[in-house]
Design a protein around this ligand. Structure first.
Ligand code: IYR
Length: 218
């Protein structure tokens, strides 16, 4: 019978003081901002590949890896995505969104116009598998892909690159434009690149609740 277990390679864990290690990472992530004003400065394909590699290392249900990533840099395809996104967003801002939702968005200053989808050198479309490619079952797909995207955003930040977690809704058009198989569901669209030199970010989005408000230690 073949072994199902193997000794843990502890060298995979940094030998670091846990307080210092955790603080350094949190301090790094404190510099992250969602950016809507990108520079068109190119980003090497290999950087995108390594960022996505980090995402694919996420823990996930039964190691089914229920994610697929499409990294788009072709201008014509970015344009096609922008046109499709702006169609959906116009419907969202003009009638789909509730008044309350629009009120909540007002401090972000967003609208249906998404020029960053042309400008950012890369758009990463993230898809979640509803079924495996062979029709097999996947488990905890939302959790798995959510964790993977968290690692992706942290990896991009670690590489000095800005991201935006863009959620056009509904997002079905993304699978159509990118000609994805039937078992994939669009999960997020993530522009990646350098922030524009004159990039601005919403004041409100900078504020985070104090840890004591969101953490209950017992
Ligand atoms: N998808 C729209 C609206 C939007 C919704 C939320 I929730 C945000 O945090 C930001 C935007 C848009 O991209 O404009």
């Amino acid at each position: 019978m073949s072994e199902t277990q193997t000794p843990l390679d502890r060298s995979g864990y940094p030998d670091v003081d846990p307080v210092a290690g955790a603080r350094v990472f949190a301090d790094t992530m404190a510099g992250r901002r969602s950016v809507r004003h990108f520079s068109d400065e190119p980003v090497p394909r290999e950087a995108i590949e390594q960022i996505i590699r980090a995402a694919t290392l996420a823990p996930n249900g039964a190691n089914k890896q229920p994610w697929r990533f499409v990294a788009v840099s072709e201008p014509a395809l970015k344009r096609k995505i922008r046109v499709a996104v702006e169609n959906e967003e116009r419907a969202f801002y003009e009638h789909r969104a509730s008044d309350r939702w629009l009120d909540d968005l007002a401090p972000l200053g967003t609208d249906a116009s998404k020029p960053y989808l042309d400008v950012a050198p890369w758009l990463i479309a993230v898809f979640k598998l509803a079924k495996g490619d062979d029709g097999s079952q996947v488990y905890y797909a939302n959790e798995s892909v959510g964790i993977a995207v968290g690692l992706l955003l942290a990896a991009a930040h670690h590489a000095g690159l800005a991201t935006l977690t863009h959620t056009p809704s509904p997002m079905g058009f993304l699978a159509d434009v990118l000609e994805r198989p039937k078992n994939e569901r669009a999960f997020l669209l993530i522009p990646v690149g350098y922030p524009a030199s004159d990039a601005r970010v919403p004041v409100k989005a900078l504020a985070r609740r104090d840890l004591s408000e969101v953490l209950d230690v017992r």
